[in-house]
Design a protein around this ligand. Structure first.
Ligand code: SF4
Length: 212
């Protein structure tokens, strides 16, 4: 095991312990390949599964694995042919069994931070599908909640506006200006700080750089 691998495992162990105190189950997978298997093992056969906008879960091959598995009813907005179809899938997501998402940042203490423009993702996370599984690269773990919010706003959001080619100040210089632009993707900021002890949330941490 390399020093980086050892450090990732130790850091993930600390976060998983913190999550447990907040009634959230955590898992650590050293690679994306392991993480895909771990996530599939958490989803009962026959489940209705969907996800929020996330480069992580696409890049790691999870969405493709769900389609290929054949045992799930997958609601995939990327397959929508019109904006109306995509909107319909956003709404159907609330009735899904399992919702997959990454996070824009996490704290070492187990806070989970997400920023949203439309609000469909944070709404589904807050109250919607029966189970929410977060898949998070260790690169998104910040020292504390303050640093996690700063990471989400100062790093993840400007990269996402660039990816989405939004007409926002941060797309021009890569720095958050705390704008009120109508094109901002930072309309809603959601923090999970605790959970009921009902198994609704779980987090799969991955020892690879994933997402932004
Ligand atoms: S400048 Fe606006 S859109 Fe860009 S990261 Fe800051 S608040 Fe979000």
């Amino acid at each position: 095991m390399t020093p980086i691998e050892k450090r990732n495992e130790l850091l993930a162990g600390k976060v998983i312990k913190s999550l447990k105190a907040r009634h959230i189950e955590g898992f650590y997978c050293a690679s994306c390949e392991e993480a895909v298997k771990q996530v599939l093992s958490l989803i009962p056969s026959g489940s209705i599964v969907t996800w929020g906008g996330s480069m992580t879960i696409r890049d790691m091959g999870l969405t493709e694995a769900l389609h290929q598995d054949g045992n799930y009813h997958v609601l995939d907005r990327d397959q929508a042919k019109t904006p109306e179809e995509a909107q319909a899938i956003y709404r159907q997501a609330f009735g899904a069994d399992v919702y997959l998402s990454s996070a824009n940042a996490m704290s070492e203490q187990g806070d989970i931070v997400n920023i949203d423009g439309n609000g469909n993702r944070v709404a589904a996370i807050a109250w919607g599908p029966k189970k929410v599984i977060f898949v998070v690269g260790v690169n998104k773990i910040a020292k504390d909640l303050d640093a996690a919010v700063k990471r989400a706003r100062g790093t993840a959001a400007p990269i996402n506006t660039t990816r989405l080619n939004r007409d926002t100040p941060c797309t021009l210089d890569g720095v958050c200006h705390d704008c009120h632009s109508p094109n901002s993707i930072c309309n809603q900021i959601h923090i999970i700080r605790n959970s009921y002890d009902n198994g609704r949330f779980c987090v799969v941490l991955v020892g690879e750089e994933l997402g932004y």
